[in-house]
Design a protein around this ligand. Structure first.
Ligand SMILES: [Zn+2]
Ligand SMILES: [Zn+2]
Length: 265
């Protein structure tokens, strides 16, 4: 059985700064293997306050799509928690170079020594094995810093995560090639016409239409998306595209195996 628990569903500066939605990232369970993706501010607190708690000492890996605060703010704290304060060297950290190197590394160098393995993410990296889960990275996203999406495969289930970045056709094609059963997308903007490196809702629609996963999950909402009501938008998209579309909220746990099985019939 595979699942994802949203320790946060917010994105962008204002939503994160005011914690209108939490920013703890996603906690995946692929069978016995647990992987935490994008531990933004509050990730450790959110993980431990779940009922039952998500236990960082059981994590096989922490993965960063990119170094921005809303994705990486709690990485050092999570590494300390995963490695019992550095006393038990274990786990894998997967992150782009610029999250690890230089004076603006978001993973503090001392904590990088606590993990057993560091995988530097590049375009189309992998496959890597994370305790029985196959991991590959996507093409490079168009975003201010090194940014890569993720393709997980476990027990016949393929799950892709498309993090922040500007829309272009090649992006949809790259994710379509991975043929995910489940596609999780960061949809920060609704319809603002702003020229920024983030998906707007209509971009997300185009990508979902092109990739045609069995289940699409929208998350990482900015203010305008929250005002537009992600639930309503997801239902409308579900009817329009005739596939399952879910809007994430803080604390939502999705049984991915069940969701995919439910629409496969
Ligand atoms: Zn973001
Ligand atoms: Zn970003």
């Amino acid at each position: 059985m595979s699942s994802v628990l949203f320790l946060g569903s917010g994105g962008a500066r204002f939503v994160v700064a005011r914690q209108l939605r939490s920013s703890g990232g996603m906690w995946f369970r692929f069978g016995e293997t647990q992987i935490h993706v994008d531990p933004g501010p509050g990730a450790l607190v959110r993980a431990l306050s779940q009922v039952p708690p998500c236990n960082p000492r059981e994590l096989a890996a922490i993965v960063l799509s990119h170094k921005h605060l809303d994705h990486a703010g709690d990485t050092t704290a999570m590494i300390e928690a995963m490695t019992s304060g550095g006393f038990r060297r274990r786990g894998t950290l997967l992150a782009p170079d610029d999250a690890l190197d230089g004076s603006e590394a978001t993973v503090l160098p001392y904590a990088q020594k606590f993990v057993e393995r560091i995988v530097r993410l590049h375009e189309h990296a992998g496959p890597y094995d994370i305790e029985g889960v196959e991991f590959r990275s996507s093409m490079r996203h168009v975003h201010a810093v090194d940014t890569f999406g993720m393709h997980f495969a476990h027990d016949g289930l393929r799950v892709s995560y498309l993090p922040c970045g500007r829309y272009f056709e090649g992006l949809a094609d790259d994710y379509a090639a991975a043929k995910p059963d489940v596609l999780i997308l960061n949809v920060l903007r609704f319809r603002d016409g702003m020229d920024v490196d983030h998906l707007a809702f209509d971009d997300a629609r185009k990508i979902i239409e092109r990739v045609r996963p069995r289940v699409a999950i929208l998350q990482h909402f900015g203010t305008k998306m929250l005002e537009a009501n992600p639930d309503t938008l997801a239902s409308a998209l579900e009817d329009e595209l005739a596939l399952r579309v879910i809007a994430a909220y803080d604390g939502l746990e999705v049984d991915l195996t069940d969701e995919v099985a439910a629409v496969a019939v």
